[in-house]
Design a protein around this ligand. Sequence first.
Ligand code: NAD
Length: 446
Amino acid sequence: MTRRDFSKASFAAILAAQSAPFILRGQGAKRYKVVLIGCGWWGMNILNTALASGTCEVSALCDVDQRMLDKACESLQGQNISNPKRYKDFREVLAREKPDIAIVATPDHWHPLITIEACKQGAHVYVEKPVSHTVLEGSAMVAAARKYGRKVQVGTHRRVSPHNLSAYEFVHSGKLGKIATAKCFIAYGGGAEKPKQNSEPPKELDWDMWCGPAPLRHFCGDMNNLWSGAIHPRGFRNYLDFANGQVADWGVHWIDQVLWFTGRTSPVSCYSTGGRPVLGPAIYNDQEQTSDAPDHQIAVWKFADGFDLTWEHRRFANNNHMKGENVGVLFYAEKGILHLGWQQGWTFYPSNSKEPSVHVEAQLHEPDGQNIKELWSDFITSIETDVLPVCDIEKGHQASAMCLMANVSMKLGRSIVWNGKTERTGDPEADALLRRDYRGSWQYPV
Ligand SMILES: NC(=O)c1ccc[n+]([C@@H]2O[C@H](COP(=O)([O-])OP(=O)(O)OC[C@H]3O[C@@H](n4cnc5c(N)ncnc54)[C@H](O)[C@@H]3O)[C@@H](O)[C@H]2O)c1
């Protein structure tokens, strides 16, 4: 079968099976009142997609950094969208605007409290991945969505990406045979990390509120170099006070794919190890700091039926030894290997080298190669029907929890047993790391 035949035959069927039915909305259909909380890179990608869909209007933007707010408003004005109100405190924007939908695209450590407050105030929520910073925050988010009867969609848009859907059907058509094990991975090039100078936070930024329930770290940031590795904006991913490094930032997408493809929900054990031999030891003092997430990490989760899933990332050396993309999932099966990637679609390499490989290209949207459009459409459908969204908070929590438990194991230096029903390990030291104490008056959600 050629790549073309395969994609034609299968895509419509998979879309129908996997996603909730898409509603055709007439001219008089309700336009949802939306607020965006966290107006950085990804928040604006979601908001722009939501506005382009014609399903909503933006009533307000919220960010603790006035510069991000102003930049976001400027970009909306450039598209002839009237000037939305600007807020710095998520509690105020939710209480005053009473939005139908809140988009939560802050750094990870803020997702739980804001999502829960939004549900409480009656809003449906589109929240970014990973859903939480510690495991038990994720359980509280699932409970809040159910308690307040709100739809909570997680931004793991690969569940609606056309090439991921066609890979799903290819796998389920039996062409791989039994999937024995899978590996999720990402590898970049890179070298030693230079410490960044701490500085006073800029006057436009409420740094105390940016840190919120997390420890109040010395500030380091660079608005002129968005990928400088400094904490704000964007760099928080590799600072463990606020996020969980590559396994949670990238791994969550691919681990979520494996759970979906194989119909699993949670493992029975996890072991992870990693370090910073290339980036160098983490530095944190009054003058300067580096990130502290590992430059490489390996994790292995075992499932009750014996299935093993592994994660491997490196922030050095790249992957020039192998065919295909530096990111994705490798499904190792009886009849060959399927590499599910991102910008390069998927490829099946039969174990019999005389058989031709099968390839399907990706169909992504710009900017930044995503399928937010399809995920937003599914979100609106789920709000208008009695169907959970395709990336419902419970699924987002299950995938996120696997990443976070890997970091618990790495921190303890030993494997942990996992009970998916009670969401506990039975190991008091590990259980203590499934949550953390919040700073000041912020209350850990239960
Ligand atoms: N689904 C995807 O493919 C994808 C891609 C990129 C990023 N993301 C996720 O999106 C989230 C944001 O990442 P980013 O790269 O856009 O970061 P960013 O730093 O560009 O933006 C985050 C914004 O949140 C603001 N903020 C911090 N605390 C706040 C608070 N309490 N209230 C309001 N605003 C607050 C910051 O000032 C900043 O402007 C992360 O969770 C990330 O994992 C998802």
